[in-house]
Design a protein. Structure first.
Length: 71
């Protein structure tokens, strides 16, 4: 297999959707879904064409707690 030499440029286009639920005054839970479509050289990479997909999706959860330090 030949070496792959990507060029500079845009690697993906996509969007993110998220929602936050306030559990208490100091705690919140966030869930998000991020979708990207690889384009150009990123989409033509041998890893993507042979093993993966140009469609990339990530789902995440974030639990946050706020607190005050000092006065």
């Amino acid at each position: 297999m030949n070496a792959f030499y990507p060029k500079a440029g845009i690697k993906s286009v996509g969007f993110v959707l998220g929602a936050t639920y306030q559990l208490s005054d100091t705690t919140s839970l966030q869930v998000y879904d991020k979708f990207d479509r690889l384009v150009g050289d990123a989409a033509n990479s041998p890893i993507v064409t042979n093993l993966g997909s140009a469609n990339q999706n990530t789902v995440g959860f974030v639990l946050s707690r706020s607190f005050q330090i000092g006065f």
